[in-house]
Write a protein that binds this ligand. Structure first.
Ligand code: ATP
Ligand code: MG
Length: 438
């Protein structure tokens, strides 16, 4: 027997019963972004490999170890996007979006691909919600981006998420810091993991981002970037902290946060959940003032963040957060016999045109198995049509929750009966919730 093909390691299927969780999260994210004036953008799943090497950085784990590069012909050098920012910045430049209203504010929900060791909250294909803003160097822009991320997390009902912020300075302050950091880690060169020994030569700040506990212990006493910031970067960081206090967003300054990607400057931040262990970073972001220019645009300050949808859903599940109730069927029509099926098809059409979801039996089943089906799909109302009903031109509309029955005509007027019954149901549910019908 042929072996069954299984999904690739580190990927996930979202089956229909789980879809409502994704719909909840995606809808809330989109609503939040729009409330802050961000517009949606979509970009290709794969890009020129050079785009990621130049923007994410060739000393990062992502570029060195985690990229899925694809070839269809020998001339191709493409990579499945490991993150969203690089492609979005490319699209900004290619479509001249910086000539429009500034600051430019964009958001997206897209899949990313990284060849990592799969575990809970760490996948090889995962989904990110991201927001990017271009044009403003002001700390207010940093505060706004952080507010938006916080607004999303709050609107999902998440608790126990702390905001860690840091400034990793500009090119000038970082050069001095790199030197000091190199000096420090050089003493422990042989104790570092092999990747970090390489990082020591190429980009010592990356060592602070290493997940190995031994390396983290060594990094614990390393010099801190915050002691090396130039006056401008220091002021920018202080102003951001003041703003966050004014708008009432709690944070901790965490000089160990450096972020995994090379393009960050000044502000970097992470929202960390205490509930999902070592994969606790549900959102990461920061400023990348040099990126647009390095990809061929005019010097333009910019910033943004990315949030992993899988990690958010995992945290929401752990915390018992509410999701939107899954869509069910408004009316299930159970026809018995050939003529009744034709009538059911006609009535389903009336109901759907009236914006209700309606289904009827497509398998010529017995009443008993049709009722089982109606139960499985969670139908709110059921209408049974047999010979008697066909003859009278009327049937009973049964409310599956209360058992109440209402007479309904088997013609276009069934729509207004369904309307009355479902509106009544909706109102009584709202009253049960405490009279909150808005
Ligand atoms: P980590 O330190 O956990 O590896 P990262 O710094 O690589 O995260 P970013 O590149 O900033 O993450 O991506 C932004 C967000 O995307 C992360 O905060 C996380 O929520 C999510 N994310 C990153 N990598 C994965 C992955 N392999 N699987 C699932 N979600 C991920
Ligand atoms: Mg990572």
């Amino acid at each position: 027997m042929a072996t069954n093909i299984r999904r690739p390691n580190g990927t996930k299927d979202v089956v229909p019963e789980q879809m409502y969780k994704w719909e909840t999260v995606e809808e809330k994210m989109k609503a939040a972004a729009k409330r802050f004036g961000f517009k949606e953008i979509r970009v290709p799943t794969f890009e020129d490999t050079g785009l990621f090497v130049r923007s994410v950085g060739d000393t990062t784990d992502v570029v060195q170890k985690e990229m899925y590069s694809v070839t269809a012909s020998s001339n191709d050098n493409y990579t499945l996007r490991p993150e969203g920012t690089a492609g979005v910045v490319r699209a900004i430049l290619e479509n001249g979006l910086l000539n429009g209203a500034m600051p430019l504010k964009l958001f997206y929900i897209l899949s990313c691909f990284r060849h990592e060791k799969p575990q809970a909250g760490r996948l090889r294909e995962f989904n990110q919600f991201g927001c990017e803003m271009a044009g403003s160097p002001a700390p207010e822009a940093d505060a706004e981006i952080i507010s938006l991320a916080k607004y999303v997390l709050d609107s999902l009902g998440l608790k126990n998420i702390s905001l860690h912020i840091n400034s990793i300075g500009c090119k000038t302050c970082r050069a001095k810091y790199h030197e000091k950091l190199k000096e420090y880690f050089e003493q422990y060169r042989m104790d570092l993991c092999s990747t970090c020994q390489e990082r020591l030569d190429k980009n010592p700040m990356r060592i602070l981002d290493c997940k190995s506990p031994e390396d983290q212990a060594i990094a614990a006493n390393a010099p801190l970037i915050t002691d090396f910031l130039c006056d401008d970067c220091k002021t920018h960081f202080e102003q951001l902290q003041q703003l966050l206090k004014i708008i009432g967003i709690d944070f901790v300054v965490d000089p160990k946060i450096v972020r995994g990607l090379d393009y960050y400057t000044r502000t970097v931040f992470e929202f960390i959940s205490e509930d999902i262990g070592s994969q606790g970073t549900v959102c990461g972001g920061g400023r990348y003032d040099g990126l647009i220019q390095s990809l061929g645009g005019q010097p333009t300050p910019a910033l943004g963040f990315g949030m992993g949808l899988e990690r958010l859903i995992l945290t929401m599940e752990n915390q018992g957060c509410g999701f939107m109730t899954p869509e069910t069927c408004d009316v299930y029509i159970a026809p018995l016999g050939e003529n009744a099926v034709k009538k059911a098809a006609e009535l389903a059409g009336f109901l759907r045109n009236g914006q209700y979801s309606a289904e009827y039996d497509l398998m010529h089943r017995s009443l008993k198995s049709q009722m089982k089906y109606a139960d499985k799909i969670g139908a709110s109302l059921v209408m049974i049509i047999g010979d008697n009903e066909l003859e009278k031109g009327k049937a009973e509309l049964r409310n599956m929750k209360t058992g109440e029955q209402t007479e309904v005509s088997l013609d276009e007027s069934c729509l207004s009966t369904v309307d009355t019954v479902l509106t009544g149901e909706w109102l009584s549910q709202a009253m049960a919730r405490g009279g909150d019908i808005l």
